[in-house]
Design a protein around this ligand. Structure first.
Ligand code: BTN
Length: 256
């Protein structure tokens, strides 16, 4: 383990691989899964040359300033895992004094700006779920100028929100110590998110607001009412019907 990443003793963490440069830590974790690496393998990168966000978007990060890592997991299913991971990020940042909001399903916000995101990807061998990779990107010590102009209004970092520099290893250690206990409990429950719904909803940036959810070609509009045990979003539309949705949510008016 390099000096920048002190040895982490967190129950659940099995192996730690640190790369100076990698395409995407998610891709690397998937390769390791095929080589037989165990659940609880952590891949950290100083620099990603092909960091990915949701919907095939690029994920911007700054070597030495951003926290970019992936965890190799072997759960029976992946539904609601992104929410569990987002909640663990919230707990880790709250422990450091931040006030965190979560934009369903897996954006981490400080105020109305995005400080982190989660990309959950599954690998199959035929029909069999081989592994699930949870990739997390958190903007830690970036200055405003570090972000490209297109992101300056919508993105923030822990540094920008607090005027303090943060040790990425400490943020990571805190995340892992919150994540693993709930992950094993969630896995034991077969992927049922029920025990954490209230905690998630308390931090939701969307609850009670009019949102538009896009899922492929489909668009659903309504007022966000909550999340379900499988991680889907519950909406009430204007005909008074209750809808359950997956996808990506934005506020109906004036949202990024
Ligand atoms: C999003 O908000 O769209 C999700 C962003 C996820 C970024 C992380 S950085 C580590 C891991 N490797 C990737 O290529 N993506 C995820």
């Amino acid at each position: 383990m390099s000096r920048r990443w002190k040895k982490m003793e967190v129950p659940g963490l099995e192996k730690v691989l640190i790369y100076e440069t990698v395409g995407s830590t998610n891709d690397e974790a998937k390769l390791l899964a095929r080589e037989g690496y165990p659940e609880g393998t952590l891949v950290i990168a100083e620099e990603q040359t092909k960091g990915r966000g949701r919907k095939g978007r690029d994920w911007f990060s700054v070597p030495g300033k951003s926290l970019t890592f992936s965890l190799l997991l072997r759960p029976p299913r992946s539904t609601s895992l992104a929410l569990l991971c987002a909640l663990s990020c919230a707990w880790a940042l709250e422990e450091k004094g931040f006030h965190v909001l979560l934009r369903w399903p897996n954006d981490i916000l400080l105020g109305d700006k995005k400080v982190g995101g989660i990309l959950v990807e599954s690998s199959f061998s035929g029909d069999e779920l081989l592994c699930v990779v949870v990739g997390v990107g958190i903007n830690v010590n970036e200055t405003r100028e570090d972000f490209p102009p297109s992101l300056r209004e919508s993105a923030t970092s822990l540094f920008l929100a607090s005027s303090c520099m943060w040790q990425r290893g400490e943020i990571l250690r805190s995340f892992l110590s919150f994540f693993f206990p709930v992950y094993f409990a969630w896995k034991e429950r077969g992927g049922d998110f029920s025990p954490w719904i209230e905690d998630y909803e308390k931090r939701s940036s969307l609850l009670g607001k009019e949102v538009v959810v896009r899922w492929g070609e489909k668009t659903v509009r309504g007022v966000a009412r909550g999340v379900k045990e499988d991680g889907s979003l519950v909406l009430a539309n204007f005909e008074g019907e209750t809808l359950v949705s997956w996808g990506e949510a934005t506020l109906h008016e004036g949202e990024r």
